[in-house]
Design a protein around this ligand. Structure first.
Ligand code: WTA
Length: 652
């Protein structure tokens, strides 16, 4: 029975394939499949040798490392004995390479205000803020909690911590006071950074008020530095709260980067575990920095004249790796935008791309699906011909959304890099190299050099090509998490116990006969209909390929006879919910993937529950589908009203 073996059945067939154009490939640093394959095979044959050479070439070393990898499963140390500094690699090394006067950050606020920082400007701000932190008593190893809007001060704060060996914990500025306090307490944060307020869709959200509430419950936090951003009234607590601009006015610009051991903790980033207890993913200096930099350069085929825009907030790993550490240590020019994609109009992203001549756009499927729903006319108003490459991250991208992104945004000209990775992996693990690997809509294609994925069953045996199974990584890599903050046992149990000797990603995947990987969703989300184990994304993609459907989520609902039946939640792109449409959608899925995957019930809803980073929360939908009164943990839910809406949509 497939249940015991860990297999997952596949029902999806996608035959479209898009090779890179000649003109793209000829400019790219890796130009052909055979070039990729040679690089991959050479790295796989000697992983440690590969990473050692990469590290020597691509990081600045105050002292060289003695040993490439110390592996005491599941604890890894990379580049042992070496000393480097991530802030140095992002700033001083760029200035030394002649990029001092080159733009580092092009920034636009939601109200339309703009700023430009060169590498030298950024260096100056970071040095000053590092001195502010020192003046507040921050020592190497102390944790600094950051709850700020996407202004340049957010990367400044991160890099200032990195400069002096403090550990940052960035908390997305949409979390509640309770969530901030939980994270602060878990990390034993010493300093809090925040702003008076944050602009969101034309309104000001009072961040400082949230922080006041959070700090009342965060006993370890001694000081709070407050950036003036929105000008809203705040209460400054005497002895605890300091204005950012006042502290900076007195700070010296002289702050050499501290040479830090390779394994010095760089940051903690909390992700939601299935239990609801926050899980602080711990990343360290050298390995993470190298991994972010090299994956950035390879996957985005970065060239000197690129303007790179990753739309993620620094509160997520994507913002850490591809707004800050990856691009800056590669000397890139980045665009940073503070606000919402639909403010003042639903064309803001396209207006920004046109204005700043963005060449590479990296965003998430949840955003792409929203753009499709908002309509093509918003896109048509703008000149997007500066774009040469598109990226996607965070969830699987349904093939029809992929096609829209490719044609409508990329003009049929730009390769799409569908990048698979996790907070835990530190950087991209699987993705097309855009000049070398032909893309297939919905596949993250192939592993990057130095990464060895495996798809295995419950016993850790490789499943045959084409079969779905558990995605694991069978050798440590420099960007991997080093643990869960303060909880080694949970780290071991969650990632290294079920399949001995391999890192368990928690995702299912299959590999096709061309060696392309297809992510099938989280292991916990598999739907078991009459002994067939179906993946969520395949059913959802079939629904999204119907012209009326904008988004879909598929979950299993208990059924006495069949084990589970399929229950799907659908938001519409056009048209009204009706019984006819319900029947039409069932028939559509039946036609696309077969009777087995025909949904038992279809719920029309105006919105799906999502995490604050935009992932569909199938766990909550499962509870709703099976009629539970109480749904599970909702602390990471983005919009609480969605739950109420789902219930009432359902009754109608
Ligand atoms: C999912 C985000 C399919 C996956 C960088 C993974 C994806 C989880 C993709 C990690 C992709 C991310 N295709 N699924 N390209 N990218 N995922 O920690 O389930 O926020 O395990 O890191 O998102 O999410 P996280």
């Amino acid at each position: 029975m497939s249940e015991q073996t860990g297999h997952v059945d596949t029902v999806m067939v996608e035959q479209r394939i898009f090779p890179p154009s000649q003109s793209f490939a000829s400019r790219a640093s890796i130009k052909s499949l055979s070039e990729y394959q040679q690089l991959y095979d050479a790295a796989a044959a000697d992983l440690e040798g590969y990473w050692a050479a990469e590290a020597r070439q691509h990081l600045h070393w105050f002292e060289p490392f003695q040993k490439t990898l110390q592996w005491d499963e599941p604890f890894a140390q990379w580049f042992v004995g070496g000393k480097t500094n991530a802030s140095y690699n992002c700033l001083d090394a760029q200035i030394a390479a002649g990029r001092g006067d080159q733009v580092a950050i092009l920034w636009e606020g939601e109200p339309g205000d703009t700023r430009t920082l060169t590498y030298r400007d950024l260096h100056c701000e970071v040095c000053k803020f590092a001195n502010v932190l020192k003046s507040l008593g921050v020592q190497p190893g102390d944790v600094v909690s950051i709850y700020m809007p996407m202004t340049p001060e957010l990367p400044v704060a991160m890099l200032a911590c990195a400069r002096i060996g403090a550990v940052h914990s960035v908390i997305f500025a949409g979390f509640s006071a309770e969530a901030v306090a939980d994270r602060n307490n878990d990390a034993k944060a010493k300093i809090q950074l925040t702003s008076d307020g944050l602009y969101r869709r034309g309104k000001v959200l009072p961040l400082k008020d949230t922080i006041d509430e959070a700090l009342a419950k965060s006993s370890t936090v001694e000081k709070c530095v407050v950036l003036k951003r929105a000008g809203n009234a705040v209460q400054m607590k005497n002895g605890r709260d300091i204005w950012w601009h006042e502290a900076m006015a007195q700070a010296s610009t002289d702050c050499p980067a501290t040479p830090l051991d390779s394994e010095t903790p760089l940051f903690i980033l909390y992700t939601s575990g299935s239990t609801g207890k926050p899980k602080g993913i711990r990343h360290t200096t050298a390995g993470y920095n190298l991994y972010a930099k090299r994956t950035f350069q390879m996957v985005f085929d970065h060239q000197d004249d690129d303007i790179f825009w990753c739309t993620a907030d620094c509160g997520w790993i994507t913002g850490h790796s591809y707004v800050v550490y990856g691009p800056l240590s590669a000397g890139a020019k980045i665009l940073m935008y503070e606000g919402a994609p639909n403010w003042p109009e639903e064309d803001r992203f396209w207006a920004l791309i046109e204005k700043y001549r963005v060449t590479i756009l990296y965003t998430a499927p949840t955003a792409i699906r929203a753009f499709i729903k908002w309509g093509d006319h918003h896109v048509d108003k703008h000149d997007l011909t500066s774009l040469r490459l598109l990226g996607s991250v965070g969830e699987g991208i349904n093939p029809e959304a992929w096609m829209w992104y490719y044609n409508k945004i990329g003009g049929g000209r730009c390769p799409i890099v569908d990048t698979w990775w996790q907070t835990e992996t530190g950087g991209i693990m699987m993705s097309p190299l855009p000049g070398a690997i032909a893309t297939k809509p919905g596949s993250c294609t192939k592993p990057l050099p130095g990464v060895r994925p495996r798809i295995v069953d419950e016993k850790g045996q490789d499943v045959p090509l084409g079969r779905g199974g558990m995605l694991c990584i069978d050798h440590p890599w420099p960007g991997m998490l080093r643990g869960i903050w303060g909880d080694d046992a949970r780290y071991k149990e969650q990632y290294w116990t079920k399949i001995p000797g391999m890192y368990l990603t928690g995702d299912n995947a299959r590999c096709d006969t061309d060696g392309y990987f297809w992510i099938m969703g989280r292991i916990d989300d598999v739907i078991n209909v009459s002994g067939h184990r179906l993946s969520t994304i395949e059913v959802e993609s079939a629904l999204v390929s119907h012209p009326s459907v904008a988004e879909a989520a598929a979950v299993g609902k208990p059924d006495e006879i069949r084990g589970q039946v399929l229950s799907v939640f659908v938001t519409l792109r056009s048209g009204q919910p009706s019984d006819e449409l319900r029947t039409a959608l069932k028939m559509h899925v039946r036609k696309e993937i077969g009777a087995l995957a025909q949904p038992d019930d279809i719920h029309f809803t105006s919105a799906l529950p999502k995490t604050r980073s935009g992932k569909i929360m199938r766990r909550l939908l499962r509870d709703i589908a099976s009629g539970k009164e109480q749904v599970g943990d909702t602390t990471t839910l983005e919009d609480y009203t969605v739950l109420a809406k789902l219930r009432s949509d359902d009754e109608s």
